[in-house]
Ligand binder design. Structure first.
Ligand code: ZN
Length: 293
């Protein structure tokens, strides 16, 4: 985008084409966001952001509906940050220095909730290497052999060497829980733009496990990944829970995820729009396919 006029024009253009939500990216300015929010909200459409140049407090003030990547894209704790300028490494270091129980974070959380801003957790893309899976959610075998080798080598090289990432990841899990406990609408997703360990489907179930690792009960984690997303999208009358009158898109698990969230991986059948899909067969058919051109 070349500034707020262009941002407004792009929003109108894509809204007219049927686009239902907008995501502001790292270099967007406050004026860009204000223009997009104005155009989108006039059409009852929502605006989210993976921010950097705009901090979370500013975005909430302008009227953003959701923030992506938990607090990992927050530049609010970078002292002396220049307005409308993105310095990602500095913002990231500021988060690394921020104590887990920071009053400034508690204050930001309170402000976001007062402005009805939802937060999207994308924990898999930030998951550290040490002592964890090579590809999250059991997805290693889905990669083509060359990528299996590459990811395994990267994973091996990082064992025991990612302590900073381990520490920040733990704090991030805690901040997301804090946001939820304070009454915030926490939703969940994944993000394929990381190091290559986040594969659709596999990473989605890993997301649920990582919420549980962060202190949520299995039921809360499942709700965050289902009903809360439906609520955010304004579709909770139609989807999000198993209820008479709602769409019967269901996952049949051969196990008890309430006892052990990892049993979520024991998927038998996925029902979508009245058709049941054989999950083990689907997973089998995906072996060594991801990464093919
Ligand atoms: Zn993003």
């Amino acid at each position: 985008m070349k500034g707020p006029e262009d941002a407004a024009a792009s929003t109108k253009f894509w809204a007219d084409k049927g686009c239902t939500s907008f995501k502001m990216y790292m270099h967007a300015t406050r004026a860009d966001l204000a223009a997009v929010v104005r155009e989108a909200h006039a059409r009852h459409l929502k605006v989210t952001g993976h921010l950097c140049a705009i901090n979370y407090r500013e975005a909430a003030e302008i009227g953003i509906d959701n923030l992506e990547h938990g607090f990992m894209a927050s530049s609010d704790f970078l002292a002396g940050k220049a307005a409308d300028a993105c310095d990602y490494p500095a913002a990231h270091q500021a988060l690394q220095r921020l104590p887990a129980g920071s009053p400034a974070m508690a204050d930001l959380i309170k402000y976001l909730i007062s402005k009805n801003v939802a937060l999207t957790s994308t924990l898999p893309v930030f998951e550290p290497y040490t002592g964890r899976e090579v590809v999250l959610g059991g997805g290693l075998s889905a990669l083509i052999p060359q990528l299996q080798a590459r990811e395994t080598a990267t994973w091996q090289a990082n064992q025991g060497k990612d302590t900073a990432s381990v520490a920040l990841f733990k704090k991030e899990q805690g901040w997301e829980k804090q946001f939820y406990d304070a009454g915030g609408l926490l939703v969940a997703g994944t993000d394929p733009t990381g190091a290559g360990r986040t594969i659709a489907g596999y990473a989605n179930r890993r997301q649920v496990e990582l919420l549980v690792e962060g202190g949520f009960t299995p039921l809360q984690a499942i709700k965050i990944c289902t009903l809360n997303g439906a609520k955010y999208l304004g579709r909770d009358r139609e989807i999000g829970t198993i209820e008479a009158g709602k769409r019967a898109d269901l996952v049949l698990i051969n196990g008890d995820p309430e006892k052990d969230i990892h049993q979520l991986r024991q998927m038998e059948i996925v029902f979508k729009q009245g058709v049941g899909f054989d999950s083990p067969k689907l997973f089998e058919s995906m072996k060594e396919k991801v990464g093919l051109n």
